[in-house]
Structures are given as structure tokens and as C-alpha cells.
Design a protein around this ligand. Structure first.
Ligand SMILES: [Mg+2]
Length: 204
């Protein structure tokens, strides 16, 4: 979470610019506020297991990130933590199930479909690529790398889409030609996971 907070901070202006083009221009500041709070969690208290930590992360995002992104990213972490439970040795298969649960939470909240120009356009190909890597016998590192690659393709594909969900949908055809901010921060989250996690524990 501290890596994610750092990267969000570095990209805050970019995220805000993207949101200004097709939304209300607050994605960078919203995400900065929420992720800096999640990064501080580990110093403030101790957690018994991954589930407890990730649930707190989710609740912190829900209550500190404005707009749609707070509930969406927050629900992702709540469901991710719920699925991991008190699992200790988390391999590609275990994490894949949790990832599906997390993205299921994003879907339950946002009710988006592929092609709506939302963060789900990054999550969906990320999951498909993750699953394909696991089927090919890939370990957690390989599966997360595949997920990042899939998410980037999905993010890039949002540029040509007309938004059908969220504030950007008010613009209709004029939303075309702009990259979706939520799909962009989704890539940043998966990149953080790939960069830091495979050799570490989830607990801080
Ligand atoms: Mg916004």
C-alpha cells in the first residue's frame, strides 16, 4: 500500500488531467488522500492476518476516496481480504481466487460491462490474462505480470471507447479520445502488486 500511495502521488496530476477531460477532475487528489491514509495504517496498528489488514484498507478507501473510485477500490480490497482469510502461503491459485472475488466486488458495486469505458475495462483483461498464466503453470510473479500486461491493453483500449457509465457518459461521443482515469489507476495498483508482492507477505 505504501508503494501504491507513492505511485499515485507521482501520477496524481496525470490522473487529475485524465479526469478533467471526461469527469470532474478530482481522481488524482481523491486517490492521493485515500492511499496515503492506507499507507499510514501499518504504522498505526497491528493486524492479525491478511484479511483483517485488507478489510481495513478497503474501509479506509471507501471512506476517504471521493467519487466512484472509493467504493470501487474499497470493495475490491474488502472482498480480496475476505477471500484470502487467514491464508499464509499465498500462491498463484489462491491469489487468483481472491482477485476474482475482489473484481466481483467492483462489478457488484459498479455494474459495468466490458466496453463501458470504466476501470472494469482494465480489470477484465487483467483477470483473463492472470487465469491464462496460471493455467500455463505460471507462478504468482508470472500471473501478476500477465495481469499487468492485460490491464495495460484494456486501459489503452478505453481511449477509443464512448463512455456508458459514470460521469463521463454524460459527454456521449465527446468522451471518445480520452483514456479512462479509473482504468489508469487500476494498472498502477497491479503494477505495485507485481513490483513488491510476490516475495513478500501481504501484512505490512
Ligand atoms: Mg472524478
Amino acid at each position: 500500500m505504501s508503494d501504491f500511495a507513492q505511485v499515485i502521488g507521482q501520477n496524481a496530476e496525470h490522473l487529475t488531467d485524465l479526469d478533467r477531460a471526461i469527469g470532474d477532475g478530482d481522481h488524482g487528489s481523491n486517490m492521493t488522500r485515500g492511499t496515503s491514509k492506507t499507507a499510514a495504517l501499518a504504522e498505526a496498528e497491528e493486524f492479525d492476518n491478511s484479511a483483517a489488514y485488507l478489510k481495513k484498507v478497503g474501509m479506509t478507501l471507501v471512506s476517504n476516496v471521493g467519487g466512484a473510485s472509493g467504493p470501487l477500490f474499497g470493495t475490491f480490497f474488502l472482498r480480496l481480504g475476505g477471500a484470502l482469510g487467514d491464508a499464509e502461503d499465498i500462491d498463484a491459485v489462491t491469489f487468483g481466487k481472491a482477485l476474482h472475488a475482489g473484481v466481483g466486488g467492483v462489478l457488484a458495486r459498479g455494474k459495468a460491462e466490458v466496453g463501458d469505458k470504466t476501470m472494469f475495462d482494465a480489470w477484465s483483461p487483467a483477470l483473463e490474462a492472470y487465469d491464462a498464466a496460471v493455467t500455463d503453470g505460471g507462478d504468482l510473479q508470472a500471473a501478476l505480470q500477465a495481469a499487468v500486461d492485460g490491464a495495460k491493453q484494456g486501459r489503452d483500449a478505453t481511449v477509443d471507447l464512448v463512455a456508458r457509465k459514470g460521469r463521463a457518459s454524460y459527454l456521449g461521443e465527446r468522451s471518445k479520445g480520452h483514456q479512462d482515469p479509473g482504468a489508469t489507476s487500476t494498472v498502477l495498483l497491479l503494477e505495485s502488486a507485481l513490483r513488491l508482492w510476490p516475495n513478500q507477505r501481504i501484512l505490512p
